[in-house]
Design a binder for this molecule. Sequence first.
Ligand SMILES: *Cc1c(COP(=O)(O)O)cnc(C)c1O
Length: 385
Amino acid sequence: MTQFLPFHLPDIGEEEIDAVVSVLRSGWLTTGARAKQFEQDFAAMLGARYAVAVNSCTAALHLALEAIGIEEGDEVILPTMTFTATAEVVTYFKAKPVLVDCLPDTLNIDPDQIERAITSKTKAIIPVHFAGHPCDMDRISDIANRYGLRVIEDAAHALPARYRGRLIGTISDCTCFSFYATKNITTGEGGMITTDNPEWAERIRTMSLHGLSRDAWKRYDGHGSWFYEVLSPGFKYNLTDIAAALGIAQLHKSDRLWKTRERYAGLYDEGFRDLPEIVLPTAAAHVQHAWHLYVIRLDSERSGIGRDRLIEHLGKEHIGCSVHFIPLHLHPYYRDTWGYTSEQFPVATAAYQQIVSLPLYPKMTETDIQRVISVVRTLIQGSRR
Ligand SMILES: *Cc1c(COP(=O)(O)O)cnc(C)c1O
C-alpha cells in the first residue's frame, strides 16, 4: 500500500533534540539564556535592531498593536485572505478589523483597496505575506506615510523572504513571525517581533511578561532579587528556554531549509507548467519568496472538475493537502459581527473556490514531489473532455 504523505512534517534533527535535552538537563526551563540567545541570533540574522521572543505569532501581533497604541474604536486594515489570528488581535482592543480584498496573482493585500478603506479612525495596516511572497511594501509604506498610519507585518509565512533586496523583518514599524509547528522554522509554538524602535521593543518585552519592570527580568538569568514592580497589566506571552533552544537550532539551518523549499517549488512549477487548467503561484522578480506554501489554483471552467474533487482525489491517493485560506469574510463571526459579504471581496471569494495548498517541506523527497505531480496530472488529464 502507498504510504500516506502528510501535508506537513517538521524538520527536526539530532541538533534540535540535543539542544532541548541540554535545556532539560540544565535545570532552567523557562525564559532565560536560551531565549535571549534566540533573540540575539534572530536580530543578527535579519539585521533588525531588536527582536523579542514570545510564545506565538498571535501574541506577537497583539503586543505590536499594544505598543503602537491601538485603542477602542480604532480601525486596522488587513486582508480577508488570511488566518483569523491576524484579525482577532484587533478585536482584543475593541477595535475594528477592516477587511480588504487581495490581488488576483499573489493573493496579497491589494494596495488600492487599502487606500479606499481608510477613514479618520484608521490607525494601522497589517499586511500578510501570503504563502511567503512579500506584499507590495513600497506602495503600502507610501500609503502609511501619506495617512500617518503604522504598519505591522504579519510575516508568519515569510522567513526568509526579501522585498527589493531587504529582508522581511527590517522594513516596517514591527514585524511578527510564527514558529508554529507547520511554519518554515518551528519551536512547536512560538513567535518573534522585530522592530528598530527602542520604546516599542521595551514596551513589548514588558507587556509579554505581566507588565513587570525590566529589573524583574534579572530574576530570569539567576542574578535577580525578589523585588519587582508591575508597570502595567500585561500578558503571559514569554517563550520558554525549551522552545528557544529548538528555535536556535532551526534558525541556524533555516537557509538550507529554505533552499530546499525553493527547489521543490521549482519542481512543482516544471511538473505543472504545461497544464492550462492549473494556475501556478507567481513569484515577482523583485522578491525572494519564502515558499511557506505552494498554492495552486484549479480553473474549473477549463478543467471540468472542481477544487473539492482534486482534494478528494489527493486524499484517495494518500496525499495530504490543505486550503489557505477560507477568507475571513466567509466565517460566521466576521460575517455576522461586522456585516461583511462575499460581494465586497470578489477576488478572494473567487480564489477561495480554486485554491489548494500542496505539501511542500524539506522532509519531503524529490520522489514525493514527483508523486504529487503525477497524481494531480493524472486526474486533470483524465478529466479532459
Ligand atoms: C500561523 C499564522 C498565524 C499565527 O501564528 P501562531 O504562531 O500560531 O500564533 C498568523 N498569521 C498567519 C498568516 C498564519 O499563517
